[in-house]
Design a protein around this ligand. Structure first.
Ligand code: NDP
Ligand code: GDR
Length: 374
């Protein structure tokens, strides 16, 4: 039985990857931070089964990527065959507010994992996957972006991840370690953090059609992203570590879409047709038709407005990845395309908010966390 250690176990990818590896028969260990509130929503179903019994092959350890001795102890105890370093402060906009912290966690945190494996003499046993990102490409140098495209990071997050990328390559070359980067383009799901744009949109759409809210405030509607489904992308992470030689791979769909078009697709999923009018900060998304009898959103209602709070000091305008290498060498094929992803996310959020809408109708107060720092 193989043993995997996942940092960032409580995040979107950590949850899907743990599920995927458990299904493959792995013994899975996660590293989670202590929090003053419960933070294991995404993995609770893996921690205990329906009868409340602990999963026999799943273990969580308290830890933090800023704490070397703790990481060394966990890796020593677990003796993993594979480490997936997914832990990170992963929000690009927030990284402009907390640049030093992000450098510590996302940059030096990667070094701490590599160094722990080296110090413990596990360089021949333990394979390491580093969660690198399409944000490394930043300012467009080449389209589509592939493994050989030069990097031009545009945020403290991306700069920290650039350190993570190169220190991983360096440990591979210097010490012969199986340490590799997956350069993953944006991937989303019903488990996506609520402050990333796709989830912010699908939550907003659900709340609007259920009559709980009037509009969504967004930033740059013209940004283009190559969006895939997180379920497909965690499978790619695993395939990267099973490849016979340690290599870095781009994981992407090869299709790019604006935030504006994502909004239209998400509303269309519940029968609401939205058109955009105006320009810049005056641009608005307006309902032009409502075709689903279950949802009554008046024609003419403004459902999207632009709020410059969400603009970034330096933006990444266009990401589109070239998945040729991962398809050819890893045999990776995504199961979800963008319409299937949008459908999955919108349907999940509509189901989620139906309960709150029901309570509101009954005169109860319902509080949900408002999106901040997006
Ligand atoms: P999430 O933000 O959903 O999850 C991040 C995880 O990292 C959470 O479990 C979080 O814990 C944990 N974490 C944050 N800070 C620390 C710390 N100091 N020590 C230990 N753990 C920490 O991210 P995703 O699941 O979406 O992404 C996974 C990884 O992949 C990240 O490294 C991200 O940067 C990278 N990536 C993501 C892409 C995407 O589109 N999703 C694309 C390319 C790369 P907590 O729950 O306590 O906050
Ligand atoms: P990104 O994802 O920065 O690509 O990083 P995000 O969803 O935050 O932004 C995508 C694009 O949408 C624009 N945008 C908004 N973004 C947010 N969050 N909120 C808004 O209201 C809004 N309006 C427009 C942004 O400006 C941007 O252009 C994600 C993270 O998961 C990273 O960790 C990961 O490395 C990359 O994807 C690949």
């Amino acid at each position: 039985m193989k043993v995997a250690l996942i940092t960032g176990i409580t995040g979107q990818d950590g949850a899907y990857l743990a599920e995927f590896l458990l299904e493959k028969g792995y013994d899975v260990h996660g590293v989670k931070r202590r929090s003053s509130l419960f933070n294991t929503d995404r993995i609770d179903h893996l921690i205990t089964d329906e009868e409340g019994n602990k999963h026999p092959r799943f273990t969580n350890h308290y830890g933090d990527l800023t704490d070397s001795t703790n990481l060394i102890r966990i890796i020593q105890e677990v003796q993993p065959d594979e480490i997936y370093n997914l832990g990170a402060m992963s929000h690009v906009k927030v990284s402009f507010d907390t640049p030093e912290y992000v450098a510590n966690v996302d940059g030096i945190g990667t070094l701490r994992i590599l160094e722990a494996v080296r110090l413990l003499g596990l360089t021949k046993k333990t394979k390491i996957y580093q969660a690198s990102t399409s944000e490394l490409y930043g300012l467009v140098q080449e389209i589509p972006q592939k493994e050989t495209t030069p990097f031009y990071p545009r945020s403290p997050y991306a700069v920290a991840k650039m350190y993570g990328f190169w220190i991983t390559v360096n440990y591979r070359e210097a010490y012969g370690m199986y340490a590799v980067n997956g350069i993953l383009f944006n991937h989303e799901s019903p488990l996506r953090g609520e402050t990333f744009v796709t989830r912010k949109i699908t939550r907003g759409v659900a709340q609007i059609v259920l009559g709980m809210r009037k509009k969504i405030s967004l930033g740059n509607l013209s940004a283009k992203r190559d969006w895939g489904h997180a379920k497909d992308y965690v499978e790619a992470m695993w395939r990267i570590l099973q490849h016979e030689t340690p290599e870095d791979f781009v994981i992407a769909t090869g299709i790019t879409t604006t935030v504006r078009d994502f909004v239209k697709m998400a509303f269309a999923e519940v029968g609401v047709e939205v058109a955009f009018e105006g320009e810049g900060v005056d641009e608005k998304g307006v309902v032009v038709a409502c075709n689903d009898p279950e949802y009554q959103v008046p024609v003419g209602q403004v459902v999207v407005e632009v709020n410059p709070t969400y603009f970034r000091p330096t933006e990444v305008d266009l990401l589109i990845g070239d998945p040729t290498k991962c398809k050819q060498k890893l045999g990776w094929e995504p199961k979800y395309d963008l319409p299937a992803l949008v459908k999955d996310m919108v349907q999940a959020d509509v189901s989620l908010f139906k309960r709150d809408a029901y309570l509101l109708k009954g005169g109860h107060k319902v509080f949900w966390q408002h999106e901040q720092h997006q």
